[in-house]
Design a protein around this ligand. Structure first.
Ligand SMILES: [Zn+2]
Length: 325
């Protein structure tokens, strides 16, 4: 029972564990956000578990419940994740360099045994974006942040791929004569379509995010900003086109830090998508621009999706348990 008298048995908590912060939300049984907490990330396995547990305990404390009363806790993590075992590998932004760190069991042990599920952060963002935007068809969540990658929700299920690497489109070469990428190839999409690419091209002048400055200056006619914006959005449009041509997704949702730009980003990307289809009746027939949306500003889709995923994991687990166990 919560502080305001609501039963809490189907409430869940979702965590987005990033390189700088852990953002958590408490969802009630209608998937309404009942609380949110943000703490700085502590690095390494022990630090990540401690920060995640702190967020869960603070969310529960504010609602007047204990972690044991939750239906589940879900965590989105940047790295390769085995969602069955809850193991995380090579989450370099979290300073987890090992293979097969048992994050879900470790966190569950800190939280009175509450069921914990762990997923890739873009996968949970795809689930959250579908929920927040009310989208039912196949969906790709395209994150434009430090890097570029996509989460894929196809046929109502996450498409993780053979080794958990589905959607790593940021390392598809976009300009094979371009600069060397840390991955070892040249001219990867990520070097052009990421927030980092904008940061590198336009050092912030006001302390606001560089992407916001670039789009504002471009709308006022600044030639340098227009050039940076158009180069960036051409690469984003190439990523969108790739996702539609590969999976024929009905929706491509733009997320990540750059998505805070909002409508001007969507307009510029759609303009480039149409320009790329100029002269190609084949490409125009896909009506790609009609499929693109942007995450609403300030809506924490990743933790919301993590909480929803945790709830699904609980249902799956109970459905395979023999009667009477
Ligand atoms: Zn690369």
């Amino acid at each position: 029972m919560t502080a305001d008298g609501h039963p809490s048995g189907s409430w869940s908590i979702g965590l987005d564990i990033g390189g700088t912060k852990v953002l958590g939300v408490l969802l009630d049984d209608d998937a309404t956000v009942r609380g949110s907490v943000r703490v700085p990330t502590r690095l390494g396995t022990d630090g990540v578990v401690a920060a995640a547990a702190e967020v869960v305990e603070r969310l529960c404390g504010a609602a007047g419940i204990t972690p044991a009363e939750l239906a589940g806790v879900g965590a989105g993590v940047p790295g390769l994740v085995d969602p069955v075992t809850g193991e995380v590998s090579h989450a370099l932004n979290l300073d987890i360099h090992e293979h097969g760190v048992r994050l879900a069991p470790l966190l569950a042990a800190e939280l009175q045994g509450v069921p914990v599920s762990v997923e890739n952060d873009l996968n949970v963002a795809a689930v959250g974006a579908a929920r927040v935007l009310g989208l039912r068809g196949d969906l790709a969540f395209l994150a434009l942040g430090t890097g570029v990658a996509a989460g894929l929700l196809l046929g109502g299920e996450l498409r993780r791929g053979h080794g958990g690497g589905a959607g790593e489109i940021g390392h598809l070469p976009y300009d094979s004569t371009g600069p060397l990428c840390p991955c070892g190839q040249r001219g990867c999409l990520e070097l052009y379509a990421s927030g980092s690419a904008i940061d590198a091209a336009w050092p912030s002048r006001t302390g606001r995010p560089a992407a916001a400055e670039v789009f504002a200056a471009a709308s006022e006619g600044d030639a340098t900003a227009i050039g940076i914006r158009d180069r960036f959005t051409d690469a984003v449009a190439a990523a969108v086109r790739l996702l539609v041509l590969t999976c024929d997704v009905e929706h491509v949702v733009l997320g990540g830090g750059v998505a805070e730009v909002g409508a001007p980003l969507l307009d510029a990307v759609c303009r480039q998508v149409r320009a790329q289809a100029d002269g190609s009746p084949f490409l125009r027939s896909f009506r790609i621009a009609d499929r693109v949306q942007v995450v609403p500003g300030g809506v924490p889709v990743a933790p919301i999706g993590a909480a929803l995923t945790a709830r699904g994991a609980v249902r799956r687990r109970s459905s395979v348990e023999p009667v009477g166990s």
